[in-house]
Design a protein around this ligand. Structure first.
Ligand SMILES: [Zn+2]
Length: 51
C-alpha cells in the first residue's frame, strides 16, 4: 500500500492507485506518492542506504 500526500493542503491518503484529486480540497494533480516507511535502504531499519 502506498501513501499519497496532497501538495496543496497536506492531506494524506493510502491506496494502491494514485488519486486523481485530493479528497480533502478537491484539487487535481496534487497527490504525490510518499516514501514507504518500512523499506529504507538495506531493510534492517538503519539509514545506510537512504540519502
Ligand atoms: Zn488537498
Amino acid at each position: 500500500m502506498a501513501e499519497f500526500k496532497c501538495e496543496k493542503c497536506g492531506e494524506t491518503k493510502e491506496g494502491r492507485c494514485k488519486p486523481k484529486k485530493c479528497p480533502a480540497c478537491g484539487e487535481a494533480g496534487v497527490m504525490a506518492k510518499q516514501e514507504e516507511k518500512k523499506s529504507s535502504g538495506c531493510g534492517c531499519g538503519c539509514t545506510c542506504g537512504s540519502k
